[in-house]
Design a protein around this ligand. Structure first.
Ligand SMILES: Nc1ncnc2c1ncn2[C@@H]1O[C@H](COP(=O)(O)OP(=O)(O)OP(=O)(O)O)[C@@H](O)[C@H]1O
Ligand SMILES: [Mg+2]
Length: 352
């Protein structure tokens, strides 16, 4: 699989110098990260879903940065500049900002109006997106100049990105744990059988860790530090790590040692809620579908699924194999692009 590291190509927002192939792209517009995957060229864009805007007389005016260049300003933006996230909990919170965000990305990837007009695009949407949310996305895509947009459920795209055929007469269960939303969906034979969504995912894990450090260690840290500490704890196998902050009482700078077990404990309530979504889905399904899933296992995608211990908890709770994606953050985008090459999948799952 082709890989492009975030923002390493020096053109300002991480867009590949290859640009679009003309065969179509898929967009995974996530709460934390936005990815664009070209059917032929693979990953074109992988950046934080953030935009820095100048703020003039109570209104946003110019776009000062998109993606990583906007993220760099978080917590240090000068007066008159605001860093905004167009999505919260997997849902568009500000249609105008989302439109501008999509426009900026697409203008880099497909610079001419004609290129954008000719583009076929799959946009991933939460399985639980409302008609209003879906319409907002379609409007944003149209405004950005996209010729033809299909909306496909993100969990289905994620599973297709892992090699699943969503038209085959078998049930599959996929868990997508992103930053703002966790979704569990069962699907097969060209349709979604059932799903559960929860606005509790990676961002909530960060908040839980933030509060844990405050209550258990009386240390105040920034949200960004808590996010970095969470990822470090989950990626680095060392027995403990140092977190810097201010003492909650004296206000003086202080450090604490945090063990990976503590981090796992801090995020346990979030994991519990995701497992409850899994239980709900399995309860909805007929025995044959459950049997398919028990035989195949549960497909797991999304960045926050990298939390250690999650896979084991799924296996212990349900007695079913957990099948973690090897590139959990990019499977939705890759799967969306694969769906674009298959008109039968598009007509079966298009939620536009
Ligand atoms: N190694 C890691 N361990 C734990 N969490 C991680 C790790 N790497 C990334 N994450 C978390 O994954 C989340 C981002 O994942 P992803 O890009 O799949 O979300 P998203 O698609 O932007 O969000 P959503 O699907 O909810 O709209 C963040 O909360 C981030 O903290
Ligand atoms: Mg996502």
């Amino acid at each position: 699989m082709e890989e492009v590291e975030r923002g390493n190509n020096g053109n300002g927002n991480g867009a590949s110098s290859k640009g679009v192939s003309g065969k179509g792209i898929s967009i995974d517009l996530g709460t934390a990260n936005t990815l664009v995957w070209d059917v032929q060229h693979g990953m074109l864009y992988n950046q934080p879903t953030m935009m820095a805007l100048s703020f003039n007389g109570g209104r946003h005016s110019d776009v000062l940065g998109v993606g990583e260049s906007a993220e760099e300003l978080v917590g240090r933006s000068p007066d008159g500049v605001e860093v905004v996230r167009p999505l919260r909990d997997g849902v568009i919170t500000d249609l105008e900002t989302t439109r501008r965000f999509l426009r900026e990305i697409l203008a880099d990837i497909a610079p001419t109006w004609l290129q954008r007009r000719r583009l076929s695009v799959v946009i991933g949407v939460p399985a639980g997106a409302t008609a209003l949310e879906r319409r907002a996305l379609l409007e944003a895509a149209e405004e950005a100049g996209i010729g033809r947009a299909h909306l496909l459920p993100e969990p289905v795209c994620g599973a297709v990105g892992c090699g699943v055929d969503p038209l085959a007469p078998r049930a599959h269960l996929v868990v997508d744990i992103g930053a703002g939303t966790s979704e569990v969906a069962a699907f097969g034979a060209g349709g979604v059988l059932t799903f559960r969504s929860s606005p509790v995912a990676g961002d909530e894990m960060t908040s839980a860790l933030h509060q844990y450090i405050r209550h258990e260690h009386q240390l105040v840290v920034g949200e960004l530090q808590a996010e970095q500490a969470k990822i470090r704890a989950f990626s680095d196998p060392s027995p403990s790590m140092v977190v810097e902050g201010r003492d909650a009482v004296s206000g003086k700078a202080r450090v604490v040692n945090l063990s990976p077990e503590e981090v796992t404990e801090a995020v346990a309530s979030v994991t519990d809620e995701i497992l409850a979504c899994l239980t709900g889905c399995l309860d909805d399904l007929p025995p044959q579908a459950v049997s398919d899933i028990m035989t195949e296992g549960v497909i797991i995608v999304g960045g926050a699924s990298l939390s250690p211990g999650f896979h084991k908890r799924v296996e212990d709770a349900f007695g079913v194999a957990a099948l973690p994606a090897d590139e959990p953050l990019s499977r939705v985008a890759e799967g969306g692009a694969r769906c674009l090459s298959n008109p039968d999948i598009l007509s079966a799952y298009d939620a536009a």
